[in-house]
Design a protein around this ligand. Structure first.
Ligand code: ADP
Ligand code: ZN
Ligand code: ZN
Length: 752
């Protein structure tokens, strides 16, 4: 039997109880049409409420007795909204991320489908064939200037959108109706795609000759495309021209009749990359990210499905787009954590990309100046082919970096946020009418406690992780092992009384800068100033056009920007992120400083970097100042090995939230005990365990909810991971009914 008589359906409800296939009979009249992946209406439950669901399989028989089986009520949409190649991804996600099938399905269906987003239609006005048009217009003009204007515009253009015509002429709708009645024009409804490209962005000129390193990188990738699954890690210093490599690799894939996904961390922050692809490939490109309206995303999805585009540029959700001939996936700034979803399902887009490339025989290309330690480690173990680009375009040098010891500024009595060195450099920039970028890294502020005289940071003696200050009770805590410490009155190292927790924001810094440089034009870029749609682009293009002298911002200013006019980068306090209680804090600090340093020295005038620090000798800062990735990597990987942090272990996180802390603690102890008991019973689990415990999360309370977590550290072998995946499923099943929100994350990128 071709299509089967029964359909296995997943109903569209987020609840563990209904996370399984339900069988339905396919009525005769629907058997021809029905396909796997289609959205249907089905009667559900004892009340037979009509619910939406998705056809996951078609069967010729079923175990459900004849008198129990219900019929499918209706097919929606008329095409499979789950593309066929996404079916294996859905089941894989369920296992990897411990999500419900329906949650994975919602990642792959057209955006906005469930909100009943429809294709958009526009009214298009056409001029009919008319003799003596000019005479007719003159006659009409005596009665209505509007109608004459409409005809004149149409005479020049043949067809125009009704909205456009109304805007241009100011004519009321009745004028159009009148003209239509007289047979002079006709109005048709056309389906149109909403066009999400609203911003024009100056991307500079396009290179004529590729560098030798670029050519070599491109030809390596070319050789691999179309020959099955292969992974590359392109490690190229800032300004080495990685984007050009992506574009050429993409073009090659297109020539081979393959399609391409290009991922960028957050589109609003990387408008230049998007724009370059658009310039090269024009209407062949679709874009896909959360900054678009639902309607725009819906349309882009359909352009992709209908084979009207061959390249998709987007943020992490772009990995699910319905391309059918995928040959290449490019992931720019591959070290960025924004590829990891912080909502259910908590997928990591790079892992999904690996899986998809493997299933569809495509090439995966990760690019970064600062790959994560784990990525580099994996690559060195042979799982990726490494491609290096060690030189900037035109062999421009990487900018010199000067580290300023802020402890000495305190001694000198300088309490300002700027050291003498940075102040002088900024004055120079103003005088020479050049530009500067200033980075204030706010991550980790007000968490850690350090001595402003000697830079000493209080750390846990068990874990080598910075202690976190808790205003309540004025104590210090380790968030890995839970140990408490008292808040010292004086620095344990130098006995100074200037020991305190940090706290400062971009707004404060902006005010201070205005006082120090009253004549300067300063623009601030942070969460507050960029919440409006398009605000990023506006600030960045104004800055590029020279409307500002100083661009002050958070991490947002560190990434991807290519401004030849910037001759100075200042980092106001480089240490903050070092003290986040996270084993990746050094890695993140190194990446951030290296990235922001890469924003200067790109133009003719050269450039330099000044880093202010209270821990100027810290290896992350030292290596970053020398642009020495491999030096940093070697040091960091030794530490990870010694303390058994990833990639030498795997950390599983179970985070629990509740407004009532007592109830929360009781619950988490129950779960912890249950897990411990299970591990005791099973020797594979036991063998794989390094340690586990339940602690308050570093961010103890968010939105009135207390946060506690269980961290389970296990060995990395596949055997143990599998066993713990099963344990996690069981655990979630077991505790699915509890009041608290349980967030189970098998691959956390943050433990905050
Ligand atoms: P990265 O992403 O590696 O930091 P970009 O791709 O932003 O580097 O390139 C830096 C700058 O160099 C851009 O302005 C780009 O247009 C330019 N560029 C890239 N390749 C070449 C080339 N072969 N010749 C001249 N300029 C180039
Ligand atoms: Zn500890
Ligand atoms: Zn001290």
């Amino acid at each position: 039997m071709e299509n089967g008589v029964y359909a296995g359906v997943i109903v569209d409800q987020v609840h563990p109880m209904v996370d399984k296939i339900f069988h339905y009979r396919i009525p005769e009249n629907l058997r021809e049409q029905i396909k796997v992946g289609m959205r249907v209406k089905v009667p559900f439950g004892t009340a037979n409420r009509k619910m939406e669901g998705y056809v996951m399989q078609l069967d010729s028989s079923t175990d459900v007795p004849d008198d129990k089986i219900k019929p499918i009520s209706k097919i929606l949409d008329g095409y499979p909204v789950i593309p066929e190649n996404m079916l294996p991804i859905i089941s894989w996600m369920k296992e990897e991320y411990h999500c419900l099938t329906i949650e994975a399905i919602r990642c792959v269906i057209p955006p906005g489908l469930r909100r009943n987003t429809r294709k958009k239609t526009e009214r298009v006005v056409y001029l009919n064939d008319i003799d003596n048009l000019e005479d007719r217009i003159k006659t009409i003009e005596k009665r209505s200037a509007y109608m004459a204007d409409i005809l004149r515009l149409l005479a020049q253009n043949d067809e125009l959108f009704l909205d456009q015509l109304r805007a241009a002429t100011g004519a009321p709708l009745s004028s159009f109706k009148n003209l239509e009645k007289q047979g002079l024009i006709r109005i048709e409804h056309h389906e149109v795609y909403r066009n999400p490209w609203k911003y024009e962005y100056d991307i500079g000129k396009q290179p004529e000759v590729l560098t030798k390193e670029q050519q070599e990188a491109i030809s390596e990738i070319h050789r691999a495309i179309g020959k099955g699954y292969e992974r590359f890690l392109l490690q190229g210093v800032t300004g080495s021209g990685k984007t050009e490599v992506y574009i050429h690799a993409a073009r090659k894939a297109l020539e081979m009749n393959k399609q391409v996904i290009v991922m960028v961390p957050e589109i609003s922050l990387t408008p230049q990359t998007v724009e370059r692809f658009k310039n090269h490939f024009g209407q062949q490109v679709a874009i896909m990210h959360s900054g678009l309206s639902v309607g725009e995303r819906f349309d882009e999805w359909h352009r992709i499905r209908n084979q009207q585009v061959d390249i998709v540029v987007g943020a992490r959700s772009a990995i699910f787009v319905p391309l059918q001939r995928l040959g290449l996936v490019i992931i720019d700034e591959a070290h960025e954590d924004s590829y990891k979803s912080d909502m259910r399902p908590r997928y990591h887009a790079i892992d999904v990309a690996c899986k998809r490339c493997e299933l569809e025989g495509a090439v995966l290309l990760l690019g970064s100046a600062t790959p994560s330690i784990a990525q580099h480690y994996t690559a060195q173990n042979g799982e990726y082919k490494m491609i290096y680009m060690k030189h900037r375009i035109d062999n421009k040098p990487l900018p010199p970096v000067e580290i300023v010891d802020m402890r000495k500024e305190i001694v000198r009595g300088n309490r300002s946020i700027l050291s003498g060195t940075l102040y002088n450099a900024m004055s120079d920039v103003l005088r020479k009418r050049e530009q500067a970028i200033l980075l204030l890294n706010r991550r980790g502020y007000a968490h850690f406690v350090s001595c402003r005289s000697c830079g000493f940071v209080l750390k846990c003696s068990n874990c080598d992780i910075s202690l976190t200050y808790h205003a309540y009770g004025k104590i210090l805590k380790c968030h890995y092992c839970g140990q408490n410490y008292s808040y010292p009155a004086i620095c344990p190292k130098c006995k100074s009384r200037y020991i305190k927790h940090f706290g400062i924001g971009t707004q404060r810094v902006e005010e201070d800068l205005k006082k120090l440089f009253p004549q300067a034009r300063i623009v601030r870029m942070d969460m507050d100033t960029t919440s409006a749609k398009g605000a990023h682009q506006r600030i960045l293009s104004d800055f590029r056009e020279g409307k500002y002298d100083f661009l002050l911002g958070t991490q947002m200013v560190a990434k991807g920007l290519d401004f030849p006019g910037v001759t100075l980068v200042g980092v106001i306090v480089a240490d903050t992120a070092l003290n986040i209680p996270d084993f990746r804090s050094c890695e993140k600090t190194f990446q951030l400083i290296t990235q922001v340093a890469g924003r200067t020295g790109r133009g003719e005038k050269g450039g330099k970097v000044i880093i202010q620090s209270y821990q100027p000798h810290h290896y992350a800062i030292q290596f970053a100042s020398r642009h020495d990735y491999s030096g940093f990597y070697e040091k960091e990987i030794r530490i990870r090995r010694r303390f058994c942090y990833p990639p030498f272990s795997h950390i599983i996180r179970i985070l629990i939230l509740d407004e009532n802390e007592d109830r929360l603690i009781k619950q988490i102890k129950d779960i912890e005990n249950w897990i411990r008991h299970r591990i005791e019973q099973n020797h594979i689990l036991k063998q794989g365990l390094i340690d586990m415990g339940a602690y308050t999360a570093p961010l103890e309370r968010i939105n009135r909810k207390y946060r506690w977590q269980i961290l389970i550290r296990i060995k990395t072998e596949a055997l143990f991971k599998q066993a713990y995946h099963r344990l996690m499923d069981e655990c979630l099943d077991m505790f699915s009914g509890v009041r608290q929100t349980i967030i189970a994350d098998f691959y956390p990128v943050s433990l905050l």
